[in-house]
Design a protein. Structure first.
Ligand SMILES: NC(=O)C1=CN([C@@H]2O[C@H](COP(=O)(O)OP(=O)(O)OC[C@H]3O[C@@H](n4cnc5c(N)ncnc54)[C@H](O)[C@@H]3O)[C@@H](O)[C@H]2O)C=CC1
Ligand SMILES: O=C(CO)COP(=O)(O)O
Length: 350
């Protein structure tokens, strides 16, 4: 299937809008289905289906696949970005000067880039390169379950304009997909990004046949590292964000049923002898893991600042993925886990 889908519709104020979804993977296809069902009031097009990543699910009569990225975005005033994070910088560079200056964007992408200056969230990359505002939508959203219209929730993170966030909430919300706005872009985006690293740890635990107590401990330690890392990166991040769908709920669903967990389990069952690249290609058939590169990106930030000891779970996950430690190391570090608190934006032991 082609990389973009275009969807026409009316807003509640009757302002015309054209939505383009950039990315046609597993979640991208389901996002197009959600938006298509909410905008069906206007034009009708084909009944698209993504036979590779979402077989048997019709995406909607007004969803049109367009293989030409630049053509698909040129008239859109609502841009939805949903590709694996490692491809976004290249995609944004291709779109510089090609999108409407009044367009609003939203990123459903869980991941970040690391620059010389530090981490750069994907929403910031989009805003900086394309010169447009960018919200985020994250949550406990395993795409295959939402495709089957099973009840779930999501969080829209916005920076300033509540009315823009409400527009995105209306575009995505259905009776089975409940979306809530939160004024904390970085907090929402970092929750979605960092939980993929914790999901790898949960997968190692499953591959080592450890029990639910161990997995719960890993999730708790992981959530704590997510919160501390996020607040050290952006002092504006709010504690309450971690209790939204984008926080603890996404952490739970990904550690129970996500692709990162699944491939990490296989990695541990093979004693770390088969690489993540090999297992990803074999098990996911074109879909992409985000956790392995995110663990590397987080590690780059930690090592630049000398913070590895403050984040034993994040550090250990990266070292396991690159073969420096065996999968069993995931439960060996915890004896030395430091307790720390946040004091005025910096981490301190107590
Ligand atoms: N699948 C899921 O359940 C969920 C995924 N997400 C996030 O959404 C984002 C996208 O995930 P999915 O839609 O699942 O994608 P995916 O994992 O299904 O990846 C396939 C997509 O990658 C694209 N792709 C592959 N190689 C490429 C390349 N070299 N250059 C450009 N594009 C390339 C393909 O065109 C296809 O659109 C990720 O950040 C993921 O974490 C968020 C919530 C749920
Ligand atoms: O983000 C997800 C669910 O919210 C999906 O996680 P995986 O990429 O591990 O499948």
């Amino acid at each position: 299937m082609s990389p973009t889908t275009a969807i026409d519709g009316n807003s509640s104020t009757n302002k015309k809008f054209k939505v383009t979804v950039v990315g046609s993977g597993n979640w991208g296809s389901v996002a197009a289905k959600l938006i298509g069902s909410n905008t069906l009031k206007l034009s009708s097009f084909h009944d698209e289906e993504n036979v590779k990543y979402l077989p048997g699910i019709k995406l909607g009569r007004n969803v049109v696949a367009d293989p030409d990225l630049v053509n698909a975005v040129k008239d859109a005033n609502m841009l939805v970005f949903v590709t694996p994070h490692q491809f976004m910088e290249g995609i944004c560079r291709r779109l510089v000067g090609k999108v409407r200056s009044d367009a609003e964007a939203i990123s459903l992408i869980k991941g970040m880039e690391v620059k010389m200056e530090g981490p750069c969230m994907i929403s910031s990359l989009i805003s900086e390169l394309l010169g447009i505002n960018c919200c985020v939508l994250m949550g406990a959203n395993i795409a295959n379950e939402i495709a089957k219209e099973m009840f779930s929730e999501a969080t829209v993170g916005y920076r300033e304009h509540r009315e823009v966030a409400e527009r995105w909430v209306n575009l995505f919300s259905t009776t089975y997909f409940i979306v809530s706005p939160v004024q904390d872009v970085e907090g929402v985006e970092l929750c979605g990004t960092l939980k993929n690293v914790v999901a790898l740890a949960a997968g190692f635990v499953d591959g080592l046949d450890m029990g639910n107590n161990t997995k719960a401990a890993i999730m708790r330690i992981g959530l704590r590292e997510m919160r501390v890392f996020s607040k050290l990166m952006f002092s504006s991040v709010k504690d309450n964000t971690f209790f939204e769908s984008c926080g603890v709920a996404d952490l739970i669903t990904t550690c129970l049923g996500g692709r990162n967990r699944k491939v990490a389990e296989a990695f541990a069952r093979n004693g770390g002898k088969r690489s993540f690249d090999e297992l990803e290609a074999e098990m996911l058939q074109g879909q992409k893991l985000q956790g392995v590169s995110t663990a590397k990106e987080v590690y780059e930030v930690l090592s630049k600042r000398g913070w590895q000891e403050l984040f034993p779970l994040f550090t250990t996950v990266h070292e396991i993925t690159i073969g420096h430690l065996p999968p069993s190391a995931i439960v060996e570090y915890s004896e030395h886990t430091p307790n720390f608190s946040l004091v005025e934006g910096s981490a301190q032991y107590y």
